[in-house]
Design a protein around this ligand. Sequence first.
Ligand SMILES: *Cc1c(COP(=O)(O)O)cnc(C)c1O
Length: 347
Amino acid sequence: MFVDLRSDTVTRPCAAMREAMARAEVGDDVYGDDPTVTALEERVADMFGHEAAVFTPTGSLSNQLGLRLHVSPGGELVTDSAAHVLRAELGAAAAFSGITSRSWVAPYGVFRNADAEAIMQPDAGPYLVSTQLVCVENTHNFGGGTIQSLQELTALRDLTRSHGIGTHLDGARIWNALVATGESPREHGALFDTVSVCFSKGLGAPVGSALLGSAEAIAEARVWRKRYGAGMRQAGIVAAGALYALEHNMDRLADDHRRTHEVAVAAAQVCPDVVDPEKAPTNILPLKVSALGWDAEEFVAAARDAGVACQRVAPGVVRFVWHLDIDDAQTAHAKQVIVNLLAHKAD
Ligand SMILES: *Cc1c(COP(=O)(O)O)cnc(C)c1O
């Protein structure tokens, strides 16, 4: 048995999703003629209570389109130091948009409005950089699938509005937060000027993300999407996969959360310093294997030899991510391998 838990991006479209993609009505989306892309954009914008959305090939692009709408060259965005937009988009905000960044350290990626407030510098005058955007990630990827508090996010909205600062949600895995909490997409949509969502993570579509915002903001994002070379033609083929994913793969995210929790509890039983199961509330399980003397690379190699693929994400830390191609039997196998490797070092 081989269990690939490196990421929730490794899923492959099922037969029914492929069939929906094959049957999709298409047109040239650069001319606005693709009915399937348009249907997806309208549906996802409406879900979050935003006026409009633009379909993009990746979440990095939808984030980057969002950031540049808010921040002018030389201006600043602030976020936490482990945010995907800072760590995993290869400096795109600086390279493409001339955006400078400052960050605060957020244990487990937990967002606290006070951290943003302490670092923000609205209208800093001619000597210091002015903050134009606060970016929040929900769930937080490197934090361990962390769910952000609606109360803290509401406080951020009030704070930023009073200073004329924009807000962007990196909601690549917002679906996991919504399924875990029962909160509505509209509640979250109302708290941000722009929202980026991914269809290619837990929802299991092969390709695609979207940026949501006001009609005016999204019209501008469309210009930049084309300028970046991502104006796609008969993209309805892939948009159909995203529509299928929204319809069929949302509720089952709860299964990923249940399986992640089960393995977290088993790992914590071997050694509580490896993981606090409460800190892995959705589908991402980071294990601090160094707490038992493991080198992260060695752990990854040993797990792979036993048929389980994971990833090193920080010194001494490896990550397992649950997704729709992993069932209970594969979870049981992964749990056994993880417990054996941890217990072996614990002896
Ligand atoms: C995956 C991810 C993205 C987007 O990634 P792409 O690979 O560019 O689609 C953005 N933010 C977070 C938090 C992610 O996990």
